[in-house]
Design a protein around this ligand. Structure first.
Ligand SMILES: Cc1cc2nc3c(=O)[nH]c(=O)nc-3n(C[C@H](O)[C@H](O)[C@H](O)COP(=O)(O)O)c2cc1C
Length: 171
């Protein structure tokens, strides 16, 4: 099996998942790990049997940075993965993954998916604290969510990703 991992990651959370997936799947058959704008990406996607497509969550959707890679996924088996700031609910993760999947071209087959929480920059918490002074009902839960996200993806998330890759028959 030849595979490629293409991902979009602004602050490193989704990159951590991509690097873990690469470790789990191994060097053999790995044609590419990187961003869509990296040299050789599109050629590797076209040649791959399986593509692992990872994204951070940007306003509920897959990162626009991945758009150039998506047309190359026609006829490919795709494992979708990503990180998002809000956590604590599988239903939320599943909804985000559904939106990621809706960005795929017709003819791409999703063989597995994984989503976990990813920590956010401290500036976000500072903004929530300022907003909570005016509207604590709305922003205190967001501060709690921010604090829950710190340290994610963690070892438990990486182990869960391994399990999802195994369930998809990739590892
Ligand atoms: C502009 C922007 C929009 C975001 N929108 C969402 C969102 O709609 N839902 C969510 O759960 N997280 C959202 N996040 C949080 C990131 O998706 C999350 O921190 C992710 O783990 C970042 O991954 P990265 O480190 O790979 O870039 C947003 C972050 C930014 C900067």
């Amino acid at each position: 099996m030849n595979y490629a991992i293409v991902y979009s990651s602004q602050t490193g959370n989704t990159r951590r998942l991509a690097e873990h997936a690469r470790e789990v799947l191994g060097e053999k058959g790995c044609d590419f790990v990187g961003a869509p704008s990296d040299e050789g990406c599109l050629e590797a996607l076209r040649a791959a049997d399986v593509v692992l497509l990872g994204s951070w969550t940007d306003k509920g959707a897959i990162s626009a940075e991945l758009a150039p890679a998506l047309p190359a996924l026609v006829g490919k088996r795709v494992f979708l993965f990503g990180t998002c700031g809000f956590g604590g609910s599988d239903a939320y993760f599943s909804g985000v993954l559904d939106r990621f999947a809706s960005a795929l071209p017709e003819g791409a087959e999703v063989v597995g998916r994984f989503m976990c929480q990813g920590q956010m920059p401290p500036s976000v918490r500072e903004r929530y604290v300022r907003m909570a002074e005016k509207d604590p009902g709305r922003f205190a839960p967001m501060i709690e969510n921010f604090d829950r996200a710190v340290g994610h993806p963690d070892e438990g998330d990486l182990a869960a990703l391994t399990t999802a890759l195994e369930a998809a028959g990739l590892a």
